[in-house]
Design a binder for this molecule. Structure first.
Ligand code: GLU
Ligand code: ZN
Length: 304
């Protein structure tokens, strides 16, 4: 029997997990477990220049340490190039894409959003990016937390890049090809990825694939109002007892936490959290995260 719900967590190995990425991991995990669904992990290693050596392996160890066990094998995007090439070929055959040799500075000159300059120029593949010909723009979508989300019209209409000039596959292409391949029924991820969602839906429509559901979780932001990220030095998740951190993450996600939960065995804590998981109480606003957790907890979790 194949389960009807399939969710996933899809980190990029540009650094190890921090509290912000734990929110996306835990939220997608609980949303899947609450529905007896599958939860998959995919490592999005399609951008070698941005990859931190060893980060992918450490991310997987961090997920295990935090009790977030995934179903099946991890999918590595670095192993999926044939599938991306095939998808690109299919779009090209149907004239849904075209080569573009425009420079970044030219696009800046026309206001920062691509104007379709190369649509009729018949550029060759040399030193060119490939763009999707967006003939039927998607300008809104339904978010399972936020309701109707309306996109910026100019961005929705933009012929966006699906294969980069430097030869790398674009995130929007890879994420759609893989979510479809893995049978993902709902994409649960951080609100920083609301913007590309309409592009991804446009791609599903070009391929004729069913569009998954979407749910964008609030972001953890620092005192400067920036999202926690590797760029602004968000600390890695503590390596000690994960339970106080998980409790903090549950509270961040608006979930009721019963006193004493952090003393439960890790797997029981997560089971309880899945049983009580309620999307309706997740805040829609990004929220401040003050790092109150000691790095390396005094209590040794491993001795439990
Ligand atoms: N790999 C992306 C990131 O780490 C997330 C992709 C997704 O969830 O759609 O930001
Ligand atoms: Zn162009």
């Amino acid at each position: 029997m194949s389960p009807s719900y399939i969710g996933r967590f899809a980190p990029s190995p540009s650094g190890v997990l921090h509290f912000g990425s734990l929110i996306a991991a835990l939220g997608s995990y609980l949303q899947a477990r609450a529905q007896q669904g599958q939860w998959l992990v995919r490592i999005e290693d399609i951008d070698p220049p941005r990859e931190v050596p060893g980060a992918a392996k450490r991310i997987l160890l961090q997920l295990e340490q935090y009790g977030l066990h995934w179903d099946g094998e991890v999918l590595w995007q670095s192993q999926r190039h044939d599938a991306y090439r095939e998808a690109l070929a299919r779009l090209q055959q149907h004239n849904h894409s075209y080569f573009c040799t425009c420079t970044r500075s030219r696009i800046q000159q026309v206001g920062g959003v691509y104007d379709g300059h190369c649509r009729t120029r018949n550029c060759g593949p040399d030193n060119a990016a490939l763009r999707l010909r967006v003939d039927v723009p998607v300008d809104h979508f339904h978010d399972n937390l936020r309701g109707e989300v309306v996109a910026d019209t100019r961005l929705a209409q933009e012929d966006f890049i699906i294969h980069r000039r430097d030869g790398l596959f674009a995130y929007n292409l890879a994420v759609v090809v893989d979510d479809y391949y893995q049978g993902v029924t709902e994409v649960v991820r951080g609100a920083d990825l609301i913007e590309p969602t309409v592009r991804q839906i446009a791609l599903y429509q070009q391929f004729g694939w069913p569009v998954p559901g979407y749910l964008h979780l609030p972001l953890a932001i620092n005192a400067d109002g920036n999202k926690l990220s590797k760029q602004n030095h968000a600390p890695a998740l503590p390596e000690g007892d994960p339970r106080p951190v998980l409790v903090q993450a549950l509270q961040f996600l608006g979930q009721p936490v019963t006193p004493g939960w952090q003393d439960l065995p890790l797997s029981v804590l997560l089971q309880q959290a899945a049983m009580q998981w309620d999307v309706a109480t997740i805040p829609r606003q990004d929220a401040l995260y003050r790092n109150a957790l000691p790095q390396g907890s005094p209590r040794s979790y491993l001795k439990e």
